[in-house]
Design a protein around this ligand. Structure first.
Ligand code: ATP
Length: 282
């Protein structure tokens, strides 16, 4: 059996998953899909993913379910796609959009027709027939956003009631809220302005959040509106963010109490490494 995965990463490397994500972004960067700043934004995300244990924690799972119910209840939901999202999860974006009946719009901080077209092509490869926001289709403006991200599609974000976005900055998130949109944000950093401004913040890695949301969508799309409203009703985003920070806080405290620092953070592979390290120091 091949020891390497599709991205040339050793399958049993303790950080294989994280390295694979990096490799996808580097490939996306080389193709012109990911912007230089997108690579840096990913680094900030990775740091928070460490703190979260690189797993979907219960508060994120709950937010993912509420987000899907919200998308299903919306009359014009739109998924906003930037370079990092396209490089990491184009297939999942397309699948989710079909399940919740959402439109998909390209929206970039570093906008160029070439990048827009490349991202649209990536999305089409996974079966999306209509991609909004490309070139002259972005014919409207969201006020108070500096940079070309203010350009939106009249059929898409401009008239959307709910916008799902990921790996986004606070200026755009707050401008969308001020324009009357419900914003669902996937952001690993619970302290970011995006996390604080969003209506629903999913503190999870995009690569875990979207597959979870797809599973929720498959289950929830059969429910009637009343059931969906029941899911959304009791959700409180402030409490969810506090829960995320409480989790990080507790996790760090518990780590400091461990006999061997790092023991519980790491998987089997690392635990073998600790035993080796211990044997050396004897
Ligand atoms: P804000 O302006 O909202 O305070 P920021 O300045 O950190 O945030 P960016 O630099 O644009 O905004 O960063 C984008 C955000 O995306 C960061 O908070 C980062 O933690 C998050 N992020 C990066 N990669 C991922 C990922 N794969 N999944 C989820 N979130 C991610």
């Amino acid at each position: 059996m091949d020891k390497f995965n599709l991205h040339n990463i050793l399958k049993n490397h303790p950080r294989a998953e994280s390295l694979t994500i990096r490799e996808k972004l580097v490939k996306g960067f080389k193709k012109g899909i990911v912007a230089t700043a997108g690579l840096i934004a990913h680094g900030r995300g990775e740091c928070f993913d460490y703190l979260l244990g690189e797993k979907t924690q219960p508060f994120a799972f709950e937010a993912e379910k509420v987000a899907v119910a919200t998308l299903l209840l919306s009359s014009n939901p739109v998924i906003s796609v930037n370079g990092n999202t396209a490089a990491l999860c184009a297939r999942e974006v397309v699948k989710l959009s079909k399940l919740v009946n959402a439109k998909v719009e390209v929206n970039l901080f570093y906008r160029s027709l070439k990048r827009e077209k490349l991202i649209a092509k990536t999305l089409r490869r996974y079966g999306l027939s209509k991609v909004l926001g490309v070139g002259g289709k972005a014919d409207k403006t969201i006020p108070s956003i500096s940079s070309l991200r203010c350009k939106v599609d009249s059929e898409g974000i401009f008239s959307a009631d709910t916008v799902l976005l990921a790996i986004e900055d606070g200026d755009r998130t707050s401008a969308l809220r001020k324009a009357g949109k419900r914003v669902i944000a996937i952001d690993l950093n619970p302290f970011s302005r995006t996390a604080i401004w969003a209506s629903i913040t999913i503190v999870d890695n995009l690569v875990r959040a979207l597959p979870n949301m797809i599973r929720f969508a498959e289950a929830l799309r059969k429910k009637d509106r009343k059931d969906l409203e029941g899911i959304v009703e009791s959700y409180n985003n402030d409490n969810m963010l506090k829960e995320a920070v409480r989790f990080i806080n507790l996790r760090l405290k518990n780590l400091c109490k461990e006999k061997v620092f790092g023991w519980s953070i790491c998987g089997e592979e690392f635990q073998r490494m600790f035993l080796e390290k211990e044997a050396l120091s004897r």
